[in-house]
Design a protein around this ligand. Structure first.
Ligand code: DC
Length: 229
């Protein structure tokens, strides 16, 4: 198959980006992290002291900010007004701000436009919350990754431990539940499994098992499409 797209959706902490990055590497296709774009809008609003609930203020900020996404050697970099913020957006606060601005329609419209244009003309794997349902509704393969709140909490605590940051399990669990609540219950393009997505519960799977499972699904779908032609 000449060109194909893989959509990966799922809640925070289910292992989407780790798996998607690795699958992209093994298939030599582009990896597009859409959460990074919402995080960048969230970071900008935080830095400017903008009230994230005020749609008009966020919309004005969106007009002023210059966000640039580059994809090279399988790596996505994201620039905010020429500053490389790829690492800076990976905080709990930026994630929370991302989830808040992601509920606003003008933000979604602008970012979805960028995401679709990045995917045009390439084979891609894109991860987020609304990829299979909204950004790439005709994706060749759609996957919904899921994991229990308990396992996602454990993984997040382990990551914080490795980073040498303090953590509290009850707080981490609460943050995960809050993120699920805002991502799954917003009015526009909430997180949900696309009808034609394959669900994988990663709760008791290793990273490698998840990657191999995705690669199997991709191969099977692509073979099927090719024999259909
Ligand atoms: O995947 P992530 O944790 O980096 O995403 C941060 C937030 O951005 C997430 O809580 C919800 C929002 N988001 C979204 O609404 N739609 C996407 N396609 C990707 C992320």
């Amino acid at each position: 198959m000449k060109q194909y797209s893989i959509a990966i959706d799922g809640p925070a902490g289910c292992g989407k980006s780790t798996a998607a990055k690795e699958v992209a590497k093994r298939l030599s296709i582009l990896y597009i992290d859409t959460g990074a774009m919402y995080r960048t809008v969230g970071l900008y609003c935080m830095e400017k002291g903008i009230d994230l609930q005020q749609q008009y203020a966020v919309e004005r900020a969106l007009e002023k900010m210059d966000m640039n996404v580059t994809l090279s050697h399988g790596m996505q970099k994201i620039f905010l007004n020429a500053e490389d913020v790829t690492e800076k957006i990976r905080t709990q606060e930026a994630g929370k701000a991302a989830s808040a601005v992601a509920a606003l329609l003008p933000v979604r419209q602008r970012l979805v436009e960028i995401q679709r244009s990045l995917a045009k003309g390439h084979s891609v794997i894109m991860d987020g919350r609304d990829i299979g349902t909204n950004v790439l509704p005709n994706a060749t393969v759609k996957i919904y990754l899921n994991a229990s709140v308990e396992q996602r909490t454990k993984r997040r605590c382990h990551e914080l431990e490795l980073l040498g940051k303090p953590w509290n399990e009850a707080q981490v669990r609460q943050q995960i539940l809050q993120r699920d609540e805002s991502d799954m219950n917003r009015a526009y393009n909430p997180l949900k499994k696309a009808k034609d997505a394959v669900e994988i519960d990663t709760s008791f799977m290793s990273r490698e098992e998840v990657v191999l499972k995705i690669l199997d699904i991709v191969k099977e779908k692509i073979n099927k499409k090719e024999t259909e032609v």
